[in-house]
Design a binder for this molecule. Structure first.
Ligand SMILES: Nc1nc2c(ncn2[C@@H]2O[C@H](COP(=O)(O)OP(=O)(O)O)[C@@H](O)[C@H]2O)c(=O)[nH]1
Ligand SMILES: [Mg+2]
Length: 298
């Protein structure tokens, strides 16, 4: 055992979350998005699979359960020592809502004692069921306490908000969010903006066009920060794109984290747009992906 090991055991707080839900709802894709920061296709899970993450001093054991019929009887037992249970639902697969309801209600004896988070996944698809429709379809009004959140494990929409909720249920503590990004713009290699200013919080008043003209003039320069009044604009390049984020210096932002966030977004975009390698660029796709991912940064 050893002295160091035993101290480690005493001082490391371990928490367990179990991810249940029908096969193909996206459970494994969620775990993989949390690990890789982007979407990766997976083969179906056989039995169960454990992933461990250290987050702000807490060791989180994520048990990803197989969703096929044969494996569903494992769920209840696995939940018994967990602090939080996730039930994932494919919000696009209305034809399976009844089956999902039956499986969720089989867990009701344990769910009375555990924090339950329902994740309505595949929000990138259309037409998607609204949250109210899912609440009704799963008969959730009869569940004493639960949270429900829309996510997409493909585009990343809502992943950080969902993880923050899970972390809070596990630990009773809010994950500190040091990012306070006020606007995101992604440009092509020629410095042309690929995203509009629609979803930006503070890009009125000419800031958007000021950034655009700055980028076009200085695309090849090494400059990676620009200060405009209280706003600090950070630039980062990836192989085919350039991203910029705006932070306000008075917000006490952790600049390193903000830069890492921008970097993750660019890696995700490069990964999701393999056509960039062929010198092809789908502006609508990039704008959509940025909008979806922005929920993790703003
Ligand atoms: N469009 C879309 N497909 C997704 C999403 N999440 C997962 N998928 C796909 O759904 C299928 C099942 O995902 P998987 O994670 O294996 O489901 P699991 O059986 O619940 O673990 C795979 O083909 C995934 O690529 C999502 O948010 N949007
Ligand atoms: Mg799986």
């Amino acid at each position: 055992m050893g002295v160091k090991n035993i101290l480690k055991r005493i001082f490391t707080k371990e928490k367990k979350v179990v991810i249940t839900g029908l096969d193909s709802s996206g459970k494994t894709t969620l775990v993989s998005f949390l690990q890789n920061g982007t979407f990766i296709e997976h083969t179906p899970t056989m039995g169960k699979e454990l992933t461990t993450m250290e987050v702000q001093g807490i060791r989180i054991n994520i048990m990803d359960m197989g969703g096929q019929k044969d494996f569903r009887e494992l769920w209840l037992h696995e939940m018994s020592d967990a602090e939080c249970v996730i039930f994932m639902i494919d919000a696009y697969a209305r034809e399976r809502f009844n089956e999902a309801k039956d499986e969720l209600w089989k867990l009701s004896s344990v769910l009375k004692k555990k924090a339950l988070i329902i994740l309505a996944n595949k929000c990138d698809l259309q037409p998607i069921a609204q949250i109210s429709e899912i609440i009704e379809a799963l008969n959730l009004s009869k569940v004493s306490s639960f949270e429900i959140l829309p996510i997409s494990c493909k585009t990343g929409y809502g992943i950080v908000p969902a993880f923050m909720k899970i972390y809070y249920k596990l630990t009773g503590k809010q994950l500190t969010k040091k990012l306070n990004i006020r606007g995101i713009t992604v440009f092509n290699q020629g410095g042309i903006p690929l995203t509009s200013s629609d979803n930006q919080q503070i890009l009125q008043g000419g800031l958007f066009s000021a950034i655009n003209s700055f980028v076009q003039e200085s695309f090849n320069s090494e400059l990676n920060q620009l200060k405009m009044g209280e706003n600090l604009i950070i630039f980062k390049r990836s192989k085919h794109l350039l991203g910029s984020i705006i932070v306000n210096e008075t917000d006490n932002v952790n600049l390193k984290e903000a830069e890492e966030g921008l970097n993750e977004l660019l890696c995700h975009l490069e990964h999701m747009c393999p056509e960039l390698e062929e010198e092809e660029l789908d502006q609508l796709k990039i704008e959509y992906l940025v909008k979806q991912y922005a929920s993790n940064l703003l």
